[in-house]
Each structure stands twice: as C-alpha cells, then as structure tokens.
Design a protein around this ligand. Structure first.
Ligand code: BGC
Length: 762
C-alpha cells in the first residue's frame, strides 16, 4: 500500500461514520430546542402554528388585514403566503416576533412555480428540455430571487403526472412520464433547497399535489380521482417519492379524493404511505381551503373534517381556519388527542428551525440582495437560454426554418406583440411589463437586416363569455374594436408584402393552469381562420405556438410548413424565440406529453398497455382495440421534437444477449449529425417487458442523454442497463423484476427506436 493511501482510506471511513453522528447531534439540539419551546406554549399557541393565512389583496399599508394582525400578535398564525418583498415581510415578521408572547417567527410561502420575478418557461415547457441540470439551475435562480424577496418556502415542484391535456394544470407539471417526472422532481427540490435549508438563498420546497391530482376525471379540475393501487404505485406516486427522497421539506395535499377519501383526510396516504413507508419527516400543508372543501365532499362539518385531517397526518391548514377554529373543542370532546396536535406543531417548528428562522427571523430580508439579484441582467440572460431550450420544433418542411436575416417578415397574431401573455400561468410575482414580446425579440435579434411588418390579425378568442372567464387576473384576451374580417385583411396585406409569415397564435396565459380545463383543445376558430387566410397568400408560414398544454393540431400539421411550440417561455421568451427562428440557437426540445389527434383519443400516452386485442395499423381492422374514425397513435408522440439538423442512429448494440442476476448490460448506439447545423439530440432509452406476472406497459422510458454534435460528427451513446431499470410493481405491490426477455430500445422519440433483445435470468 502506498504511503498516504491508508490515511485517506481511514479518513474516508471516519467521514462516513461521522456524518450521521453530526446529523444526530444537530437533530438532538433541534429536538431539545423545540421541546423547551413547546413546554412554554399554550394549547392555543400550538394550534396557532398549524394555521396558514393569506392576507391576499388586503395587504396595503398596515401589512395585514385586521383579523390576521390580531392573530399574529396572539401567536395564532404559523405562516403566511401571498405577500412578498423585504419591507412587507419584515413588518409581518415583526408583528409575530416582537409582539407575540413567545416570539415565534412566521414562515413565508408563495407560489414560486417557474421562476420568481425572472420568469422561466412554464414547467411543461421546462420539462421539454430534458435537461435536469438546467431545470435545477432554473429552480436555483428562482430560490435566490424568492429568498431575496423575503420568502422561505416555495409551493413547487408540482409533480403530478398528467395524461389528460384537457386538464389545464398539465402546464404546471412535467408531462406524462413517471421516470422523467421523477428526475425533474428531484432536480427541482435540489435547486430550491440546495442541500442547505438554513442558507439565506435557499427556500424550502413544497411538493404538490399529494396525490394523484393529475388524474382528475375528464380532465376537469378538482374532479374525482379513482385509480387502482398498482397504477398509483407504478405511474403516479414515484415522482412524489423522488422528491421526498431528495429531501423536500414539505408536501401539499391535493384536492381530490383517493379510494373515496379526500387526500387531506386520507390516513393511508398521509401516514401509512408518506411517513411509514417513505420515511418523510417534513410537514404536510393542505392545498387552499382543502379542509373546508371536505364539507362539500360530504365528509362532515368543519369540526369533523378538521379532526379527520389532523388525525390523517396533515400538519398545516391553508386558509380554511378549520384547525384554528375547531381543534380545541375537538380535543375537549375526545375526537383528537393532544399528541396529534403536538406532533403537527413540532413538525412546523422543525421546519422553521431548519430554515434558520429561530436563529434569525429576518435572515432572508435584505434590500440590497433583492436589488442586486432580482431580474438581474445575468438572470435574464439565463432565462433566455433556458427558454430557447424548452421550445419544440414540431414541423419544418423544406427547411423553412431557420429564417434568413434579410428581407421582410410579416409578424402576425394576437400573441406576437403581447406582454400580457408572455409569462404563462402561475407567475404571481412576474411583471409582464418587463417581458420581451416576440416582436421586440425579432427586432432586437434581426436588427436592421430584416424589415418586420406587424399585424394583430385576430383576437385570441372572439367569444366574450369565454374571455370573461379567462380574464379573471386581467385582460389577457382583449377583444379588438375592429371586425374579424378587418383584422384578417390587415394581416393578409402584411403577408402579401413579405417573404415569410411568422404567425404567433395559441392560448392566453390563463387558458391553461388552475381551473382552466378545456373540452376543445384546438386553436380557437377565429385564429384558425386567420391561419387559413395567411396560408392562402402562398407565402411560407411559420406557426409559433403559445400553449400550456398539448393542442389538437391535425389541420395545422397538414397545412402549415413549420411549427415551433414555444409554450409560455417567460420573461425572455421573445428574445429566445427570435434566437431560434433566426438560427442563433438550434432547437432541441422534445415533447413530454403526447399530442392527441383529437379530444376523443384522450387519454393518449406512450406507455399504454397492449390489451388482448392490440391494434397494429392493420388495414380496416375490426374487433381490435381501436376507433372507427381515428388512428390510435397521437399526432406527435412522447419524446418527439425536430432539430434544424438531422440525426442518424446506428443499430443498438448490447454488451450481451444473455444476462444473469445483478449484471449490468450496456446498450450502445452511435448517433451521427448528418445535417448542416450543430445541434443537440435527446437520445432516449425505453425498455419493454413483453411477458410478466402482471400486464405491463408496451414500453417505459428508462434513460436519456442529451448530446451535442457538430455537423458530420458521431458520438457513441452508452446506457448502462441494470435490473433496477427492469423493476415494476407486481400484484402484491412488490417492486421487483422478473426473469425473461426484455427489449431494449434506443431512439429519437418513443415511436422511432432501434431495438435489441436480452434474456435476463435471476
Ligand atoms: C393551488 C396550489 C397553490 C395554492 C396556493 C391552490 O389553489 O391548487 O397549487 O399552491 O392555491 O396559492
């Protein structure tokens, strides 16, 4: 043994042993501190910690509305959300810290979903980057801005798997896939918390919405969920579990029921699964009024549902004031125990302790840091690069894109020069006036080289009732005083004068998001009419889409030569779109949710089961699991997205065709850039398990790598395949693999893959 090696080995050993000891000591210190504090707390004060309030719009001058202010001074509030900024938060914190009997600091939370003031693409868009480091980085920037703005706690990540694009909240998640969703969940938690909750620039993550919220029937928000255990375990629960394993400090309960019991009162979910099976040691907050909503669910009156919720394992009540108003009486009536209140109170105090708030309740309040960091040039630059990486090129016939930096571009559409809709849903702290529109982006990137002629062309929708519903947060849909015909005529005139048309169409920001379910997910009819008129000019048309969900685009796909899905790209979206349109950045995003051909196909997702009567595109097949009037396949499959260049895949080569036990089999392909542009490709690994003790999905994503290739360059991409990747939940909910044949598939999307087989024995 070389000199020094042994010492290093010993030190490494000491490190391994010492780590848990340090943590144990820290925990013991925290426990003693909290026990001492709790010994001084009255029952009311303990229940007060479980109370989360929002002063909402009432936050002017006096910081909080009267009732809240009184409760703060009495120690009857554990946390607040809905206020931002060091000044306001300091005022509220001072009320709690200086005027309440025990000086317990408040926890300040907010919906920091895709950035704080510098807004990044909506989460569905971010997921299309398939770049977990980038997504983590976006969460890190969001945390630095949010914490500089006084916040301790971000209501993110939203990790609900969504297979139904009618549900508006697919915009807030990472798409339909469990495996990718789990990687992203982990990255976001790490980005927010940065493995050090006490740091001034970290915020505590709040994983939501636990659980299964994405499976609301018919895609209607807040609707019933009913699902088999095996489907929960296999497809819906893993992203929450991944976030817990990554150390998420808190979890938000969902609105829906599970096995007939709303999540916020579901003991199996909140205690048996979350705490006993998964070992979660943070706290659970309900979603907004989820406790009082259980009255409408039919679970009893406020006192009954509050008691049920606490007993299930929920710790904090968001806004219902059911805990504050009824738990004391329920304790007296013997419906709940003192221990149950104490456990919840302890968990909230632990969160505050871990966030360093007892040490310094004002630690995240620093005007200078806020001024330096928030919306800094650096953050905006990063947002621009991140946005470009979220876009997906859906079609590019005859290489219409990238555009040349010369001639005249007709820039048309209700979203082409529209600050109001740039940021997308859930950008509560974002200032849309600070966003860059597509028009501004094109003008800045193309400079004087290109003549840009703008025309609005159409309203987002002409339907006034629909517009009123969408416009709850402001005038996202503005109905022009001009007639539809006049606006189209102006756009056609612009197109006729131009070499190419860029039509920026799609949804208003709040046509997706919470409470924004749609039964028709196509472009509104008036926008389609504009598109048809533009195509009729014979000029090449590039359709740039703003959308918070997969849309039905069969007509557009058939007739429009180029389609770029830009989702809602955030503060710098306009610049990022211009970067992509003019070829300064070659798009590489791939969709993470299948685009259906029509609404009747929903849910359509890549990892469906085979059924006993699989449909294999046989001509005029009958008595198969298919439709009479539409194909089974989506318009664009999961994982699909084009580039300005082309990639060629070699066959898949496995290191062996026969494996045993815990071997590692490598699957390699060589990917070659055969086109003219440098570009990135997301190489995807799928595994199929054709015979098992339970029916399996036709394939499951089990890996991906994003590679950059220069024109003509080839790279070998190697995936190590272990038995971990073969595991699934059997009918006893045991997570294991079964011997047999596996088909290893590598390709550019879930449909277009090369395959090789391996026989794997135990
Ligand atoms: C949403 C949550 C959000 C909460 C607080 C609820 O309506 O479902 O996602 O975190 O409001 O704003």
């Amino acid at each position: 043994m070389k000199k020094g090696t042994k010492t290093r080995w010993l030190l490494a050993g000491v490190g391994l042993l010492a780590m848990p000891l340090v943590m144990q000591a820290q925990d013991a210190k925290m426990n003693t501190f909290i026990s001492n504090l709790m010994a001084k707390m009255t029952l009311d004060e303990k229940i007060g910690q479980l109370n989360l309030v929002t002063p909402g719009g009432a936050v002017t001058g006096a910081v909080v509305s009267q009732g809240v202010e009184e409760n703060l001074k009495k120690g009857l509030v554990g946390g607040m959300f809905g206020i931002t900024g060091p000044a306001k938060i300091r005022q509220a914190q001072e009320l709690a810290v200086k005027q309440s009997r025990l000086h317990i600091p408040l926890l300040f939370g907010l919906d920091v979903i895709h950035g704080h003031k510098t807004v990044f693409p909506i989460p569905l868009g971010l997921s299309c980057s398939w770049d977990t480091a980038l997504i983590r980085h976006s969460a890190r920037i969001a945390a630095t801005e949010a914490s500089a703005d006084g916040l301790d706690w971000a209501y993110s990540p939203m990790v609900d798997i969504g297979r139904d694009p009618r549900w508006g909240r697919v915009s807030e998640g990472s798409g339909e896939d469990t495996w990718l969703g789990s990687q992203i969940a982990k990255s976001m938690v790490k980005g927010y918390q940065n493995n050090n909750l006490a740091a001034n620039d970290a915020v505590m993550a709040c994983v939501k919405h636990f659980a299964l919220y994405g499976a609301a029937e018919a895609g209607r928000d807040y609707n019933t969920v009913d699902m088999s255990r095996i489907k929960m375990y296999e497809h819906y629960l893993p992203p929450y579990k991944a976030a817990v394993d990554a150390g998420a400090g808190s979890i938000m309960s969902s609105f829906n029921d599970i096995d007939g019991i709303p999540a916020s009162a579901n003991k199996w979910l909140m205690t048996d699964l979350l705490r006993k099976q998964w070992g979660f040691n943070g706290f659970v907050v309900t979603d907004y009024t989820a406790i009082s909503e259980m009255i409408a669910h039919g679970m009893g009156d406020l006192s009954e549902v509050s008691a049920l919720s606490l007993k299930a394992g929920v710790d904090m009540d968001m806004v219902s004031e059911g805990f504050l108003g009824t738990l004391k009486q329920s304790l007296a009536a013997g419906k709940i125990t003192k221990q149950e209140i104490e456990t919840a109170c302890r968990r909230i105090l632990e969160a505050k302790y871990k966030l360093g708030l007892f040490e310094d309740p004002y630690r995240r309040l620093n005007d200078q840091r806020a001024a330096d960091i928030i919306l800094s040039a650096q953050n905006r630059q990063e947002a621009r690069a991140i946005a470009a990486r979220s876009f997906v090129l859906l079609k590019n016939e005859n290489q219409v894109l990238p555009l040349q930096k010369k001639g005249t571009v007709a820039l048309v559409g209700p979203l082409a020069d529209n600050h109001r809709n740039m940021l997308g849903t859930w950008s509560v702290s974002g200032d849309f006036d600070k966003s860059v529109t597509v028009r501004q982006g094109l003008e800045s990137v193309a400079g004087n080289a290109v003549n840009i002629v703008y025309a609005k062309g159409a309203n987002i929708s002409d339907d006034t009732t629909f517009a009123r519903k969408v416009n709850v947060f402001g005038k996202e849909i503005e109905i022009d005083s001009r007639s539809a015909a006049d606006m189209v005529a102006e756009a056609v005139a612009a197109a006729n004068k131009s070499d190419v048309v860029v039509a920026v169409l799609g949804e208003a920001a709040d046509m997706s998001g919470e409470s924004s379910s749609r039964s028709d997910i196509g472009l509104p009819a008036n926008q389609q009419a504009l598109l048809k008129a533009l195509l009729a000019t014979g000029k090449p048309v590039v359709l740039v889409l703003f959308n918070g969900r997969p849309l039905t685009l069969e007509w557009e796909n058939e007739h429009v030569p180029a389609i770029l899905d830009a989702w809602f790209g955030g503060t710098e979206a306009g610049n990022a779109i211009a970067d992509v349109l003019f070829g300064n950045y070659n798009p590489a995003g791939k969709i993470t949710a299948s685009f259906p051909r029509n609404v009747g196909q929903i849910p359509v997702y890549y990892n469906h089961k085979n059924t006993g009567r699989p449909y294999n595109n046989e001509f005029e097949s009958k008595f198969k699991s298919n439709y009479l009037d539409v194909d089974n396949s989506p318009l664009y499959p999961f994982g699909y997205g084009l580039s300005y260049t082309q990639f060629q895949y070699s066959d898949v080569v496995l290191s062996t065709a026969k494996a045993t036990g815990n071997a590692t089999v490598t699957a390699s392909v060589t990917v070659t850039n055969t086109g003219k542009y440098a570009g990135e490709e997301v190489v995807q690994l799928y595994i199929a398990d054709p015979v098992a003790s339970v029916t399996r999905s036709v394939k499951e994503l089990r890996g991906f790598q994003k590679v950059m290739l220069q024109p003509g360059e080839s790279k070998q991409v190697v995936f190590p395949v272990t038995t971990e990747l073969l595991k699934f939940y059997n009918s006893n909910l045991k997570f294991d693999w079964e011997p047999g044949e596996f088909i290893i598939q590598v390709g550019t999307n879930s449909q277009n893959v090369k395959s090789a087989k391996v026989i794997w024995n135990k």
